[in-house]
Ligand binder design. Structure first.
Ligand SMILES: [Cu+2]
Length: 329
């Protein structure tokens, strides 16, 4: 297949003419990402349709790219079409089962001599198993249109295609699926202690990280004054790509960390202390170093739906946790 050139002749007769000259393809600025991450899709439109200016750009959102929002663009009108997803996906604050499936920017005038970009942001669902997502893009011009819609069959190199869809490669990454349903409780904070329902979080701190470090840790104590157990299921923070709940164990004299995939249970009437050498919050893919004297906002999400917004105060590099901040009774 080659890009179709639509020629409107006379009243309504439409003629399809194959064989337009080879063109630079519509592509994505960042062509690879990971599951379980937000992704900004920047579509690069390199030219018009065989000399004719582009006035509409229409993008099909592939299954698995969820929570999608188009970026407004001066001089262009946005239209979106929403619909159900093939399945429900874990999203920040609860499962998501529908959303934007198509975006259309129209009413613009992009000369064939110019280059422009169209942007949509969203999230790559953790649940997908695809190695690539294909975005079919249609460019409608004053005269004719180009349909970038070819998806390579297994084993076919995308370079052999005449009008390939924009491709986003999905690296293995962090897609180990914890799509929990999250709800919000009413959290109260007072003097370093945060209570939400029958849960209380206190003594929250972190340790400064050396320049270039990719991970940080968080320590705190969670008390459950209720009559039912609850489980800390996930951790979110703006300073890191993702948060995990870890345990540390000594095996044959070697300290090992492991992710608590099922979360961390806080027994009814009991408490759990996260401290150096034991259980801890792990902040992965740090976006900035943690600086002594600073603070790190962290969202603790529990199975019951309770959400505690906690602040970790950052101590020095060598801090071991015995220098205050804990309340032992
Ligand atoms: Cu860890």
């Amino acid at each position: 297949m080659t890009p179709y050139k639509l020629i409107l002749s006379g009243c309504a007769a439409v003629l399809l003419v194959a064989g337009a000259p080879a063109h630079a393809h519509v592509g994505l600025e960042k062509a690879e990402t990971e599951r379980g991450k937000s992704y900004k899709a920047v579509f690069k439109i390199p030219h018009g349709c065989d000399g004719s200016p582009t006035h509409t750009v229409r993008v099909e959102i592939p299954e698995g790219f969820i929570g999608v929002k188009p970026m407004p663009k001066a001089g262009w009108t946005i239209k979106t079409a929403r619909g159900p997803y093939a399945q429900s996906y874990g999203f920040y604050h609860g499962p998501l089962s529908e959303g934007v499936k198509q975006i259309e920017w129209s009413g613009g005038e992009l000369s064939d001599d110019y280059y422009d970009e169209f942007v949509a942001s969203g999230f790559i669902a953790r649940e997908i198993t695809d190695k690539a997502l294909y975005f079919k893009v249609v460019q409608v011009c004053a005269k004719g249109e180009l349909a970038w819609s070819e998806v390579p069959a297994d084993g076919v190199d995308a370079h052999d295609l005449k009008a390939p869809a924009a491709v986003l490669k999905i690296a293995a990454g962090s897609g180990d699926g914890d799509g929990h349903a999250h709800g919000h409780g009413d959290a109260k904070s007072s003097g370093g202690k945060v209570t939400v329902g029958s849960l209380a979080v206190e003594g929250a701190w972190s340790r400064a990280t050396p320049d270039g470090a990719k991970v940080g840790a968080g320590y705190l104590t969670i008390r459950n004054t209720g009559t039912a157990a609850d489980t800390l299921v996930s951790v979110e923070t703006p300073v890191a790509g993702r948060g995990e709940i870890h345990d540390m164990t000594m095996t044959d004299g070697v300290m090992r960390m492991r992710r608590l995939a099922e979360g961390l249970e806080i027994p009814a009437g009991g408490s759990v202390e996260l401290k150096p050498g034991g259980m801890h919050l792990m902040l992965m893919e740090l976006k900035q170093p943690l600086v002594e004297g600073g603070s790190v906002p962290v969202k603790l999400i529990f199975k019951s739906g309770a959400v505690a917004d906690v602040t970790l105060s950052v101590r020095g590099l060598g801090a071991q946790g015995d220098d205050g901040g804990h309340s032992h009774h």
